[in-house]
Design a protein around this ligand. Structure first.
Ligand SMILES: Cc1cc2nc3c(=O)[nH]c(=O)nc-3n(C[C@H](O)[C@H](O)[C@H](O)COP(=O)(O)OP(=O)(O)OC[C@H]3O[C@@H](n4cnc5c(N)ncnc54)[C@H](O)[C@@H]3O)c2cc1C
Length: 258
């Protein structure tokens, strides 16, 4: 079945139906359409995963926290250029990661708690499926009806078949942030903003990063100025990496970063 087609499930055993004015599927941007408490609408918000969706749990927020850490690492390396004496002696990945995991969990659970306090909003933790145009079934049990239903179920990383069937272990943008340990090197498939941001994070922490990108340039879908700027970055932008063994013959190739 094509991914955009609605998958109808069979008739549901009537076990009492809860009725709502508005049902929202997904607590990412879906959370934004939930009306304020002073609205008369009876609203249900249904979330099958972590409250807050991609942005809070595995997108904008954690990547910006990793990027900030990466920026600090870059600044420490560049400190001598500014007459400051500093060296980056070690990267403690578990501490970096766990701090961000804790913050993300806290943000997600306080969002859940706050929304749960609302008198006019009912929260359901579970996966909703359509039973008919105005009926939803949550986790195959609870059945609800709503006059209006907003589908804000977001997207997911898509795995190219060549990778999926390769038997090579891989991460997606959903999982790479939670790696057990930093690898010595990684290959990033794709050159969009998510790829480039991860390249900045991991290369700044000492991982040798390679891109595989079919477009002529990184960030090709962004404005031409941004994409051009990225292409014209000098190869030695961040200088030698003290966490990598020094090459016998100094080579610009080994210190190239995104
Ligand atoms: C690594 C990364 C970095 C990013 N950085 C940025 C950034 O810096 N700035 C920016 O603007 N954007 C950024 N984005 C994009 C941004 O995160 C997404 O555009 C945005 O989160 C999409 O919101 P959404 O509501 O459409 O989907 P989501 O936030 O994914 O929300 C959908 C929710 O629906 C739930 N759901 C799915 N199916 C069901 C179901 N059947 N029943 C119940 N619940 C269901 C999911 O569990 C999920 O929580 C980034 C994305 C990634 C992956």
């Amino acid at each position: 079945m094509a991914p955009h087609q609605t998958q109808w499930i069979g008739p549901v055993q009537a076990r009492g139906v809860e009725e709502f004015t508005l049902a929202v599927l997904g607590s990412g941007s879906g959370n934004v359409v939930v009306p304020d408490d002073d609205s008369d609408a009876k609203v249900v918000l249904i979330e099958r995963g972590s409250f807050g969706g991609t942005c809070i749990n595995r997108g904008c927020i954690p990547t910006k926290m990793f990027s900030y850490t990466a920026d600090l690492a870059v600044q420490i390396r560049r400190a001598p250029e500014f007459g400051l004496s500093a060296t980056l002696d070690a990267v403690d990945w578990p501490t970096i990661r766990d701090r961000i995991v804790a913050r993300v969990k806290q943000t997600s659970s306080s969002g859940h708690k706050n929304q749960g306090k609302s008198a006019s909003v009912t929260l359901f933790d579970g996966r909703a499926r359509f039973a008919s145009p105005h009926e939803l079934v949550i986790d195959g049990g609870t059945r609800i009806e709503a006059e209006q239903i907003v589908i804000a179920t977001g997207g997911r990383p898509s795995i190219p078949p060549a990778v999926a069937h390769s038997e090579v272990e891989f991460c997606t943008s959903d999982t790479v942030m939670w790696l057990e340990a930093l690898p010595a090197s990684m290959v990033i498939l794709g050159g969009g903003y998510v790829a480039v941001e991860f390249a900045h994070v991991f290369s700044s922490l000492g991982v040798k990063v390679h891109f595989v990108e079919m477009a002529a340039t990184l960030l090709e879908s962004l404005d031409a100025e941004i994409s051009e700027r990225n292409r014209s970055l000098p190869p030695l932008r961040r200088g030698p990496d003290p966490l990598r063994p020094k090459p016998q013959q100094p080579s610009t190739q080994d210190t190239r970063e995104s």
